[in-house]
Write a protein that binds this ligand. Sequence first.
Ligand SMILES: Cc1cc2nc3c(=O)[nH]c(=O)nc-3n(C[C@H](O)[C@H](O)[C@H](O)COP(=O)(O)OP(=O)(O)OC[C@H]3O[C@@H](n4cnc5c(N)ncnc54)[C@H](O)[C@@H]3O)c2cc1C
Ligand code: SF4
Length: 335
Amino acid sequence: MMRLPKFDYRVPREIAEAVRIIAGSGPEGQFVAGGTDLYPNMKRRQQTPRTVISVMRVPELHQITGDGQKGIRIGASVTLTDIVEHPLINRDYPVIAHAARTISTPILRNMGTIGGNLLLDTRCNYYDQNYEWRKGINFCLKKDGDVCWVAPGSSKCWAVQSSDLVPVMVAIGAKFRLASTLGERMIDAAGFYNDDGIDYLKKRPDELLVDIHLPPLNGWRASYQKLRRRGAFDFPVLGVAAFVQLEPGNGSGQAAQVKNARLVLGGIGPAPVEVKEAAEALIGKPLDDDRIQEAAEAAYVKARPLDNTDFVMNWRKQMTRQYTLRALQELISRD
Ligand SMILES: Cc1cc2nc3c(=O)[nH]c(=O)nc-3n(C[C@H](O)[C@H](O)[C@H](O)COP(=O)(O)OP(=O)(O)OC[C@H]3O[C@@H](n4cnc5c(N)ncnc54)[C@H](O)[C@@H]3O)c2cc1C
Ligand code: SF4
């Protein structure tokens, strides 16, 4: 049986108290929300904080405010189940409810939070193993070792960004609010993730994720398609988030044109990958089958999955085309 290492457990009731505690804990401090990612990692000795600070008793982090017209703010400690069941999120941001519904199992969604999901550790077949297994291969670059077993010549870790909500947040243009004893800052989801499996967030360890700001609905729609082995349970090994904003037709036969578009791939590298070439194939044109095929081809060309998750990497690359087609076709089928 894998046991947790010893640690001090702190339960602040306010944001100011939470950031004070982590600032005083130095590099040995870490926040925890539902613990569905952090506690297994601690049992495997991948992360070993001496002070664990729960963010579950801070009321402000549980709030959901606003609506589709103004935009919605979701507190970082809102559980995935609450996201899946929230009437306003289902009505105005169905893509968020849908992506959250694909995460893990109902029990884990009852514990797991949106904040924890957006800050999820990167994953790799050579890393998500117990301590003895990792010791057996002399560890790896990400923790305790000095070689990457996926790309032995590489000085970089290629562990994979494996959250379902991350590509969606980037595609729709969400923003995150961070707090520390130094003050607050807002950061775009698109600029929040580093293409490095070890240093994968542009967030200091002492910064608390306070809430997530979803943009107002001004004619955009979005969809998410997830590839995984078991539909009831698994992490994504490819996630495709598609976002388009349409300009209505002119009423004299001209079809609606795509005003803005973003296509973001998750589960194929350390950071979500925005396929600008796919957006270029769509913008200024009608959202029809030819454009969708062109965008799907661009996604296929851009995708470079590595051999460190489930399924053969070439097949995952092939599936990028297919899942992009599905994500974009879903957007047309809503008319
Ligand atoms: C069997 C299994 C299957 C899973 N399947 C999926 C899946 O299909 N898709 C998917 O996306 N995820 C999956 N997960 C991962 C995980 O359950 C979810 O991502 C969940 O949302 C994590 O949330 P949490 O609150 O439990 O995070 P925690 O474990 O509490 O925290 C995760 C990280 O975020 C940090 N953190 C949490 N809250 C804050 C905050 N407010 N400010 C600063 N730092 C914070 C923690 O320090 C930690 O580094 C799975 C996990 C398991 C165990
Ligand atoms: S990509 Fe390489 S360094 Fe990163 S976790 Fe996997 S084996 Fe380790």
